[in-house]
Design a protein around this ligand. Structure first.
Ligand SMILES: Cc1ncc(COP(=O)(O)O)c(C=O)c1O
Length: 368
């Protein structure tokens, strides 16, 4: 294995992903007070680096929760009339469940899982003027599909009063997302995916338009009130005690991503790993699950065309020290019900290198 892994099984699942040893070391640094000067310096150092990672001038808020926290924050702070949720897999469905759980009026665009959300579908819905926000999943982790954010952003530009809320949990840090160019109002991600941090931290860029909307909304809740988060952010603080260990890790990892690996190299590495995986699958007579042309660079979802016993594969490759993903359970249940072939996933996101993936695929082909 290249780099410095300390985990038991090597993780080829779509999160949590492998965390480099030096990042794990950061997590064991002694605590500091979260109201101290030292903490303010740490927080202040991280902010501009996140802006680079998100390609934005917007604030990049940090929450030491998982990414779902910022999904809930987006809904609670940005929806008053009605939200349009784009569903092409499990995580699009999650947007809708969160909206309903928060008592918001919500409607869905539902496409077959594995298909992409096409911009025309959004345009058609928004022309009714009923919505104040659109929620979309960039990389639909359950199906390995990447939605066409750029084309969708062109449609969003026609509706400047509608907020554009993007779940980039399994893409940001592995795939370029130019938040300002795309006009994204909230772009959120979780640390445990392509950013390669231990789970328990989430990041979200928030536009002025999103803050302005929040000002008009009652019942924003307490923990994820964007206006409270902003007040603290401007003072290099958090409203409540954060996981300081995660902030140390984020400080180091953003240096690594921006200055040691470099963003473009990181995106290219993810692209290379995706190509390797697709070629490998094709050579073995298997097909990709997502609609052609919309395959993700961070996670590959492959149809089990040979009807291989995936649980047995998991067991066997587990004995060799790898954690195999037998596919997204609800997707496979759905496919089973429809009498279709099920899927499995190979995640190639975060800090694993081409060599690591090559070794994994080499081992995997003994069983698949
Ligand atoms: C696309 C996507 N959105 C949201 C989530 C939820 O993120 P978290 O588990 O960090 O709350 C996940 C988790 O796998 C995901 O893949």
């Amino acid at each position: 294995m290249s780099q410095i892994y300390m985990s038991g099984k090597k993780l080829f699942i779509p999160g949590p992903t492998e965390v480099r040893a030096e990042i794990l070391d950061e997590m064991s640094k002694p605590m500091i007070g979260h109201r101290t000067e030292e903490f303010g310096q740490l927080f202040g150092r991280i902010k501009p680096k996140l802006q680079q990672l998100f390609y934005t001038q917007n604030d990049c808020l940090i929450s030491t929760s998982s990414g779902s926290g910022f999904m809930e924050a987006s809904i609670r702070n940005c929806v008053s009339k009605k939200v349009l949720n784009c569903v092409c897999g499990a995580f699009g469905k999650k947007w809708h469940s969160i909206a309903l759980a928060c008592g918001k009026e919500a409607e869905k665009i539902d496409v077959e899982w594995g298909s992409a959300i096409k911009p025309e579908r959004i345009d058609e819905k928004l022309s009714s003027n009923e919505y104040d926000a659109v929620c979309i999943t960039h990389c639909e982790t359950s199906t390995g599909l990447l939605n066409p954010l750029k084309e969708i952003s062109e449609v969003m530009k026609k509706y400047p009063d509608v907020l554009f809320l993007v779940d980039a949990v399994s893409s940001l840090g592995g795939t370029k997302i130019e938040v300002d160019k795309l006009g994204i109002d909230i772009c959120l991600t979780s640390g445990q995916k392509a950013v390669a941090l231990p789970s328990g931290i989430a990041l979200a860029s928030v536009s002025q338009k999103a803050y302005d909307k929040a000002k008009t909304i009652k019942g924003r809740g307490y923990y994820f009130d964007l206006l409270e988060l902003k007040k603290s952010y401007d003072k290099n603080q958090t409203p409540y005690t954060p996981s300081i260990s995660h902030l140390y890790a984020l400080d180091r990892q953003t240096d690594y991503i921006l200055n040691e690996e470099g963003l473009e190299n990181r995106f290219n590495r993810h692209r290379q790993m995706a190509m390797m995986t697709r070629t490998w699958a094709k050579k073995r007579g298997m097909e990709m699950f997502p609609e052609a042309g919309y395959e993700s660079d961070t996670v590959s979802c492959i149809i089990n065309t040979k009807n291989i016993d995936l649980k047995a594969v998991k067991q066997k490759i587990g004995n060799k020290g790898y954690l195999f993903d037998t596919g997204y359970r609800k997707l496979n249940e759905k496919l089973n019900e429809d009498g279709k072939q099920t899927t499995f996933r190979i995640a190639h996101m975060g800090d694993i290198q081409e060599e690591d993936l090559a070794n994994y695929l080499n081992e995997l082909q003994n069983y698949i």
